[in-house]
Write a protein that binds this ligand. Sequence first.
Ligand SMILES: [Zn+2]
Ligand SMILES: [Zn+2]
Length: 260
Amino acid sequence: MPQPCSIEDCTRTPRWVCDCCQQNLCLQHLNEHNDLLISQLNPLTLEIKALEDCLQALNIQKTIDNSREKLEEWRDDCYKKIDCLFEQKCRELDQVINEKVDQQREELNRIHLKITELIDAQETSRQDIDLLTSTIRQLEININNIEQICFTIVTSPLVIDDTFIFIKETTEHELDLSTLSPVYGTIHRPKGSSGPLTCNDRYLLIHQHPNLCLYDREMNIAKQTLWRYGRIWDMCWSSTLVNNTQNIINTDQHENTAHG
Ligand SMILES: [Zn+2]
Ligand SMILES: [Zn+2]
């Protein structure tokens, strides 16, 4: 005798294995189970609607703005470096020309004074006149030459690499150590070296007992000097102080300033 419908107390002939419960059910119970399944669709639709609203309300602008701010900082920093080099080269040009003009002005003043002295004394010689005349001719040539000076300006194009900026996705407040660049080089620290270090975009300053060392980007020692002031507690780099490579080093004795 075949088994009846799997629902308790139902004696009807089973028609099919129900998709939801894997039981052999009669037609009526199959329909009931089917209706039950369909009724579960409505709450799902509501959930989808809620998620759609949520997506709509996401504050993506804030996320974009925060990251854009970083990109803009990078851009401003690059612009500043270009402006700085441009202004430095303009000053160099001015200086070259001004030095030449000043030199001729001094020479003119010197000759003028000499002639005034001779006039005041009411005394001169043929030799004086010849010498003054040839000096004046030479000055004339020199002054005209200043305008003829040309500069050859040799420039290299600024090569900007896509890898200067790397965008990586992280969740908020997550410190992702994999975003650190791989180890570039290793510097052996002698025993007794102080921990603090400081750098600018060209050099790294560290204490390598018994010296203070300035490393370049290739990790070569660009400069080193004997440090006699005890343990270094802190260092910072200041490009606004004299020379662009001056650092303030804080020791336990007193504050010292090291010229890099
Ligand atoms: Zn079922
Ligand atoms: Zn049944």
